[in-house]
Write a protein that binds this ligand. Sequence first.
Ligand SMILES: Cc1cc2nc3c(=O)[nH]c(=O)nc-3n(C[C@H](O)[C@H](O)[C@H](O)COP(=O)(O)OP(=O)(O)OC[C@H]3O[C@@H](n4cnc5c(N)ncnc54)[C@H](O)[C@@H]3O)c2cc1C
Length: 485
Amino acid sequence: MDTLEADVVVVAAGASGLAASIAAAEGGAKVIAFEKGSTTGGTGNMGMGPLGIESRHTRAKNFKPTKDEAFEIFMDYTHWRVDAKLVRAYLNKSADTIRWLEDMGVEFVEPASYFATAYPTWHLVKPTTGRPGPMASGTMMKIMTDRAKELGVKINLQTPAEKILKEGSQITGVIGEDKSGNPVQVNAKAVIIATGGFGDNPQMVKKYTGYELGKDMYSFRIPGLDGDGIRMAWEAGAARTEMTMEMIYNMPDHMSLPPQLHQAFRQPHLLVNLQGERFLNEAIMPNATFTGNAIAIQKDRCAFTIFDEDIKKQMESDFDFRDFVFPVTLFENADDTIKGVLAQGYPHLFIADSLEELAKKTGIDYEGLSKTVETYNQACVKGYDDLFNKAHRYLRPLKTPKFYAGRHFASAYGTLGGIKINHKTEVLDKNWDVIPGLYAAGTDACSIYGDSYVFILPGNTMGFALNSGRIAGENASEYIKTIGQ
Ligand SMILES: Cc1cc2nc3c(=O)[nH]c(=O)nc-3n(C[C@H](O)[C@H](O)[C@H](O)COP(=O)(O)OP(=O)(O)OC[C@H]3O[C@@H](n4cnc5c(N)ncnc54)[C@H](O)[C@@H]3O)c2cc1C
């Protein structure tokens, strides 16, 4: 067996693990990282950027919120059911972390808000080529990986960690397996867990959140996110937290759909459940978390956006809602696009000559649907939606065949929570005492949102990953100076 010596072992080199490795190495620690994948970055490669509050970018534009306002927004939103000191520590550090990343060479464009009622806290990474878009944050992961290596961090790829080693209450290292299947042990005084949650582990998702992947939950499944770190921490005595999905909504396999079709079904058209009833003010659909929540409590956790020929024609010249991730502004080549997707046998898109036929094809109750459409069309004529007060400008009647429907399901960016930490990211045991030398960061330890992702302050999970990782690295490097001398 290979046995190596370090001050701090970081379990994983995703967004939080890289931040932890760099911060610990900057604090003078000798750092070794275990990474299961063949590349670094994890889910951190997928997105567009982290949150920053009162960064130099937001201050230059006088963008709100301030740190104090952000803290109040956060705690109001979560009803104070979350660790206020951890939230405060994270938000207060976030501007400095943006600067820290810029000092490494990461570039950000002007901060954005994900949707109109969110705050512009989302610091979009400028990729090496092209505009900020999906996977732009991969550029940041690459820069962070280079910085970690420059500081002497040894990153062992394709080397999953398996067990945290402990003697009495003292953390002594980590054991894992290299790509040839040989055991690797790293002896260290401190361990930081950062394995990104359990989003690709159907059993854990079912057991801890109640969802069935591919049946009533169509989330992003990032290979390797099997809940390893959570399991290892629990085995080492860590207390558990609530575990949830980072809820959004989507048509299944949406990344392979033409973006203009995907966006056409995310506009504020009539949205009904299998009973044919409305259950949401469709104007709030850009808040994907709220919409996901509402869909998740419908029958079979699905819902259908429906529009008619006239609405389709309007979308051919403009969409109501624009999206940063998929920056399409209209339903280009609508007929050909729909035809193409249907020809591929995509099972969540429907087209019919009548509402009755649409009900048959989708499984929506026809009686329910026809009543809803009648009432909805009356509301469109009146100009007032007395059911949910949807804004007048989005009230468009459904009367001109053909009718189109897209089926949405609850979806998620990943999972949230598992390991109980305090505001210093120290892992707590079942007595809520600190397990000396054990830290956790990122998604494995992210239980600061309560029941719903705080999407109104966008960039939140990557922001938490980077900031909690950095806090963990700083504290671990300080901790090792205090023991064993
Ligand atoms: C499509 C998409 C877009 C997103 N966009 C954004 C965005 O713009 N802004 C935002 O705030 N958030 C975004 N997110 C979420 C954000 O990327 C994650 O919250 C963040 O990356 C979590 O960081 P992490 O370090 O906890 O996990 P990850 O970044 O996923 O890293 C976990 C790492 O652990 C490794 N690992 C797992 N098990 C082991 C083991 N046993 N041993 C060693 N290594 C192991 C994995 O291989 C992986 O590299 C997005 C997510 C998705 C899916």
